[in-house]
Design a protein around this ligand. Structure first.
Ligand SMILES: [Zn+2]
Length: 300
């Protein structure tokens, strides 16, 4: 018993670095900010992709192998969003704590009610980049709360001494989110039922929260570029439904969106899907506020 106790203590001690901080690496900026809200100064944080990059096509720098070699927690979106580079970094890092089954391996999608899960077999050769369901779940604040709660549970497990801090920080984040939601309630009301088009299905969770009605997508399938025949059908759908806005992320092809908008009598609205997606957009709640209020103005 005593030996087991010492072993447990040694394991817990090893979970924090010399400064006592948990070392946390996240794949995205949104996960990083939610980890920061909950972890505060008890964690040391790094993230891999930037908010202005297409998260499906990130090139992970080899230098991240060093960060991951020292990490106590590796948190990622999952659902194959990081499939292009994650196993490369994990293999390079040789850190059992953050490998599948390790105490620090945090697949955040496990805490989320995932939508758009394909029912049949998915053929990746068709180019669908959402083979396990839609990974853009952070754009619904209900999922933001789930992510924050998942961090609080994981940090408490690995650093029990911080339990009270993590619980207090989580409550403060939830209160801030509730205040923000009150503030943007009028914008939400004006979005409800309004027809729009989106480039990628990244806005599906956002639409679930805002009740904006996405009547079509520029992409025929997630990750597959628009084809002329698909776009012709989309213009017809926009005219029929009265959709006046095409929403897209900064990294898609603005010229094609403008062309379709002009044919349908609509306009293009570029929205940042993530923390750091534009200058000054430094936290999760600001991303939601920016997108909700901008889209509400655009559909008026
Ligand atoms: Zn996607």
């Amino acid at each position: 018993m005593r030996a087991a106790g010492f072993l447990l203590l040694a394991t817990l001690a090893a979970a924090t670095d010399a400064t006592g901080q948990l070392r946390v690496v996240t794949s995205t900026t949104d996960l990083a900010d939610l980890a920061r809200q909950v972890g505060g100064d008890r964690i040391r944080l790094r993230h891999i992709s930037e908010g202005y990059q297409d998260p499906h096509f990130v090139e992970a720098k080899p230098s991240f192998v060093l960060e991951m070699a020292k990490a106590d927690v590796w948190a990622f979106i999952g659902l194959d969003l990081e499939i292009g580079w994650m196993s490369l970094l994990l293999n390079g890092a040789r850190n059992p704590k953050i490998r599948p089954g390790g105490s620090g391996y945090l697949d955040v999608s496990k805490f989320i009610p995932v939508i758009d899960v394909p029912s049949g077999a998915i053929d990746r050769s068709q180019g669908d980049v959402h083979p396990l369901g839609n990974p853009h779940y952070w754009l619904d604040p209900a999922n933001g709360r789930r992510i924050a709660a998942a961090f609080a549970a994981k940090f408490t497990e690995l650093d029990p001494g911080g339990a009270a801090d993590y619980a207090r920080n989580l409550a403060a984040f939830e209160a801030a989110l509730a205040r923000a939601a009150e503030e943007w309630a009028p914008a939400l009301a004006s979005l409800s039922g309004k027809p729009i088009v989106a480039w990628h299905t990244s806005w599906r969770y956002f639409a679930g929260y805002t009740r904006v009605n996405i009547v079509g997508f520029m992409e025929p399938k997630p990750g597959v570029p628009p084809s002329p025949s698909h776009l012709a059908g989309l213009v017809a759908t926009m005219k029929r439904t009265g959709a006046k806005v095409i929403v897209m992320e900064p990294y898609y092809d603005r010229k094609t969106a403008d062309l379709i908008a002009s044919k349908a009598g609509a306009s293009v609205l570029v929205l940042p899907p993530s923390v750091g997606g534009e200058k000054g957009l430094d936290d999760y709640i600001s991303v939601l506020r920016r997108n909700i209020t901008s889209l509400a103005r655009a559909v008026e």
